[in-house]
Design a protein around this ligand. Structure first.
Ligand code: M6R
Length: 615
């Protein structure tokens, strides 16, 4: 969601801002803009609706030479997708230029207050109100050093809501102020140049170090230095972290789309997620960052997962694994519901927030709510240094590498992998036998190789997508730990091909969705090896008997002879603990090829954002 980039240095800002916006495109947006402080002290703003290419085209007619600037990709919340509503927003008196990610909840009352004082909004955005509020407070500040920072700080004291902002002032040409509250903002420090961005991708290897701002902090950047303080004016010591950024990871490397590249990166991503995390005796896992002793973990008598979207489906799959291996009762909550539900929980409940970005506001808010009530919260995230990683009591990084495609692929399978390892670890701290533990470890070690084998289905799946490309609706059905994978298969298809799809527990189909079954509504079945195989094969027959096309994902060696479905995609035979991971891969490929055949933007599907930072 909304991408922010700011630059203050010696080079021309325009190109650096455009490059930063390109790198942030993956977050999702519908309009974009840049603003600079020009040599004569004027503030220049260029914005437009649509893709960045449109902004580049428009900018070609502008001679922007400023070395200080801000840029933004907007994902509309308040106000339609128009040029007027795009960022940067200029205050009514022309003195303040601002880019904003988040929502100012009390913008209406602030707007009335400001209108009475001559600051009238031209756009429909809450962000313009914030620009006006800052202009109003800066104008009130006595002319002294730090006036800009103080003006921004005073304005923010009146704001209720969330923000990551970067601000420039006409009267403060060599300065930039940034601030955050629940919307991410990171400072990049280079060689006599500074960057502000929604995430490290915005500046990548251009910066040497990064400082992740905490909520309620402001950063004041000047030509040769920066300082950080709180809304209460206390100085904060900056925690510099070296930027480890490999440009190759954010390039397509010969693949037509990031989504396909990231699907094919899964064997390596899984390898990275597991590296160094198996116990020496080969029967368990261990994690460096949990910050909980085995004794404390043994005392946990309930686990509550909080997550959204695909991450939530990974938790649903983990529920089966944890209950089976560790016998700990598990609940999986929509983070957005948990936050307001006030669910009664026991003291020994462990809350686990799962989020690839580590910035999803609903998950972050659920984490904060759980902490406020005194529960210990762990995080599983791919977002190194993200808000969720920093605010959790402990956690596990997924190490999947940057994921640019908006639809999660390797982030999802590495979540499944990490959560399976966590289930194993918890199990081995309790009743799971050495033999069972060792079998699961071996299965996990085999996983990258089996994922590689599964990817060989790509051509067959491409052909399948040709066959179904004009479908309007599909069902995805699975049982037990494969049921959440059916949900994920349906979500992936919806996201990248805009085909309506539903995921269901296969037996539940008879209680309603069976009414949808017709020759125009094919059904995918996750029919892997295990005790449920016979039952799900029976479910396939129920659907076939009603004239629908069926596709089964089955394990090698389990479906010899007459195929039980119209089409069968065979994945390697494997331990049930890793079947959900392997079964996901064909569904990702199917969604991808469907999206490509249907001419959809598979890397940046309409209306979606990679990191959902508004409620
Ligand atoms: O960054 P998170 O894992 O917290 O994101 C949660 C969801 O927004 C995300 O999984 C979403 O459903 C994706 N579009 C899935 O492809």
């Amino acid at each position: 969601m909304c991408g922010i980039i700011g630059y203050l240095g010696r080079k021309r800002a325009k190109e650096i801002l455009l490059e930063g916006l390109r790198r942030l495109e993956y977050r999702g947006y519908d309009s974009a803009g840049v603003g600079t402080v020009e040599g004569d002290g004027s503030l220049a703003v260029v914005r437009c609706v649509g893709p960045l290419d449109a902004l580049v085209e428009k900018l070609s007619g502008w001679n922007l030479a400023g070395t200080v600037g801000i840029g933004h990709t907007r994902w509309a919340t308040h106000g339609a997708v128009t040029e007027e509503n795009a960022h940067p927003q200029l205050s009514a008196d022309g003195s303040i230029l601002l880019v904003h990610n988040g929502v100012v909840e009390n913008f209406a009352s602030i707007a009335i207050f400001l209108a009475e004082r001559g600051y009238r909004s031209r756009s429909e955005t809450d962000s313009e109100v914030l620009a006006n509020l800052i202009a109003y407070h800066c104008a009130k500040e006595p002319p002294q050093q730090g006036r800009f920072l103080d003006g921004v700080r005073r304005a923010l004291l009146h704001v209720r809501g969330t923000y990551g902002i970067a601000v420039l002032g006409k009267d403060f040409p060599g300065e930039m102020v940034g601030a955050r509250s629940s919307s991410p903002l990171v400072l990049g420090v280079g060689d006599r140049e500074f960057f502000l961005a929604s995430d490290v991708a915005g500046f990548g290897s251009r910066a040497r170090d990064a400082v992740f701002l905490n909520d309620g902090e402001l950063v004041h950047i000047r030509e040769n230095n920066f300082s950080i303080c709180t809304l209460g004016r206390e100085l904060v010591e900056a925690a510099l972290e070296a930027v480890e950024w490999q440009e190759a990871l954010v390039e397509k490397n010969g693949y037509p789309h990031f989504m396909l590249k990231e699907i094919f990166e899964q064997p390596q991503a899984l390898e990275n997620a597991m590296r160094g995390r198996f116990s020496a005796d080969g029967s368990s896992a261990h994690f460096g960052g949990l910050r909980m002793s085995p004794r404390e973990l043994r005392q946990v008598d309930r686990i509550v997962f909080c997550a959204c979207g695909s991450a939530r489906y990974a938790c649903l799959a983990a529920e089966y694994a944890i209950e089976r291996f560790a016998r700990i009762p598990v609940e999986v909550e929509y983070a957005s519901e948990f936050r307001y539900r006030n669910a009664p929980m026991d003291r020994n409940t462990l809350v686990i927030a799962v989020s690839q970005s580590g910035e999803t506001i609903d998950t972050l808010s659920a984490l904060r709510e759980a902490k406020r009530k005194g529960y210990r919260v762990l995080a599983v995230t791919n977002g190194v240094g993200s808000s969720i990683a920093r605010e959790a009591d402990g956690g596990i990084y997924q190490h999947a590498g940057p994921e640019i495609g908006v639809a999660g692929t390797k982030s999802f399978t590495t979540q499944l992998c990490i959560l399976t390892m966590l289930a194993l670890y918890l199990g081995r701290l309790r009743d799971l036998s050495f033999e069972e533990g060792a079998e699961i470890v071996q299965a996990l070690k085999d996983l990258p190789r089996l994922a590689e084998e599964t990817l060989r289905l790509d051509e067959a799946i491409r052909a399948l997508a040709v066959h179904y490309a004009s479908c309007q609706s599909m069902l995805f059905l699975g049982r037990q730990s494969l049921f959440p994978i059916a949900l994920e298969g349906a979500l992936k298809l919806k996201e990248v091909s805009y085909v309506h799809a539903e995921g269901y527990a296969a037996a539940e189909m008879k209680h309603g969705p069976i009414a949808l079954i017709s020759k125009d509504c094919p059904a995918f079945f996750l029919a892997c090896d295990g005790p449920m195989l016979g039952k799900i094969q029976a479910n396939v027959q129920e659907v076939r008997a009603r004239g629908a096309d069926t596709v089964a994902i089955a394990c090698a060696g389990t479906c010899e002879g007459e195929p039980f479905a119209n089409r069968v995609l065979t994945i390697p035979r494997s331990h049930p603990a890793i079947q959900p991971i392997l079964a996901t891969i064909p569904l990702q490929l199917f969604a991808y090829h469907m999206g490509v055949f249907r001419d959809c933007n598979v890397d940046r599907p309409r209306n979606l954002a990679k990191s959902v930072t508004v409620e």
